[in-house]
Design a protein around this ligand. Structure first.
Ligand SMILES: Nc1ncnc2c1ncn2[C@@H]1O[C@H](COP(=O)(O)OP(=O)(O)OP(=O)(O)O)[C@@H](O)[C@H]1O
Length: 252
C-alpha cells in the first residue's frame, strides 16, 4: 500500500501539485489520468522519490520516504519495478540481458538462478522465443513486454508505469493493459499507471484518480467513471463522440 498525504510540489515558486491525498492498495491497478500539464508526471516522480517534495508525506507500507536513511531508500528502490515510456530498454543488450540487468545489479543469486528468474519473467509475458534478439529487432508491443518482464524480475511490491501504451496500436495496447492488471493481481503488487488512454481507463481502472491543475478532482473505479455526472469527469473523459456513446449505452 502507498499512502500519499497532502503532497505539494512546485518549481521556481510555481506550485504544480497543490495538496494531493490518495491511497493506492495492493492488487489494484491504480490509474492517474488528467490533461497534459495537469501534473501526472510530477506526481509519479514525486511518489517515486525522484523529486524532493515541498510538503506532505509518502508512505510505502508505513515507511515514510522522507524519514528513510540512504540504505533504507536503496532497499525500497529494490522493491519497486518501473516501466518507462518507450520501454527504455538497453539497445546494445539482448532481451535476456535486459531482463537480467536488475538481477545483476541487485540480486544475490548465482548466474544460473538469475537466468532461471529471467526465463520465468519472459515466459510470464509470453516471450519465450526472443531471448537472444535485440530491442531493435522486435516490435513495440514486444519491447513493452520485455520492459514488464524486467520490471517484475526483482519480484516488486510496487510497480510504476508511465504511459505504458504510448505508440502501440489499440489491440496491442489492450494486451499490455491486461498483462499489467493480471500481474498486479497475481503477485498482489501496488501498481500505479500514468495514462492518456481512455480504453485503459475503462478496461483496467480498478482505482482512478483524475488530476486537474495540480488537484485531485475525482477518484473512483471504471464503473463509477462511466456513471459520473461530475463536470470534471464529463469534460475530461467524455469529450469524444465515441466515449459519449459508450456512456449513453451504459447509463440507462
Ligand atoms: N522539472 C520541472 N521544472 C519546472 N517545471 C516543471 C518541471 N516538470 C514539470 N513542470 C511543470 O509542471 C506542470 C505539470 O507537468 P507534468 O509533466 O507533470 O504534466 P503531465 O500531466 O504529466 O503532462 P503530459 O500528459 O503532457 O505528460 C507543467 O506545467 C510543467 O511545465
Amino acid at each position: 500500500m502507498i499512502e500519499v498525504n497532502g503532497l505539494k510540489k512546485g518549481f521556481n515558486g510555481t506550485e504544480v501539485l497543490k495538496g494531493i491525498d490518495v491511497v493506492f492498495e495492493p492488487g489494484k491497478t491504480n490509474l492517474i489520468i488528467g490533461r497534459s500539464g495537469s501534473g501526472k508526471t510530477v506526481f509519479l516522480k514525486s511518489v517515486l522519490g525522484l523529486y524532493d517534495i515541498d510538503a506532505g508525506s509518502i508512505r510505502y507500507d508505513g515507511r515514510d520516504v522522507a524519514e528513510l536513511s540512504k540504505d533504507e531508500r536503496k532497499l525500497l528502490r529494490q522493491e519497486i519495478g518501473m516501466v518507462f515510456q518507450g520501454g527504455a530498454l538497453f539497445d546494445s543488450q539482448t532481451v535476456l540481458e535486459n531482463v537480467m540487468f536488475p538481477l545483476n545489479f541487485f540480486a544475490e543469486m548465482s548466474d544460473s538462478e538469475k537466468k532461471d528468474r529471467a526465463d520465468f519473467c519472459l515466459s510470464r509475458v509470453q516471450l519465450e522465443n526472443a531471448h537472444q534478439r535485440f530491442p531493435a529487432e522486435i516490435s513495440g508491443g514486444m519491447q513493452k513486454r520485455v520492459a514488464i518482464a524486467r520490471a517484475i524480475a526483482m519480484n516488486p511490491k510496487y510497480l510504476f508505469c508511465d504511459e505504458p501504451n504510448s505508440g502501440l496500436d489499440p489491440e496491442t495496447a489492450i494486451v499490455i493493459d491486461n498483462l499489467i492488471q493480471e500481474i498486479t493481481e497475481e503477485y498482489n503488487i501496488t501498481t500505479v499507471v500514468n495514462t492518456h488512454d481512455m480504453n485503459s481507463v475503462l478496461e483496467i481502472g480498478d482505482h482512478i484518480i483524475l488530476l486537474k491543475e495540480g488537484y485531485k478532482v475525482w477518484e473512483g473505479n471504471k464503473d463509477e467513471i462511466l456513471h459520473s455526472d461530475e463536470r470534471d469527469v464529463l469534460d475530461f473523459v467524455f469529450t469524444s463522440e465515441l466515449f459519449k456513446k459508450v456512456r449513453a449505452a451504459q447509463v440507462k
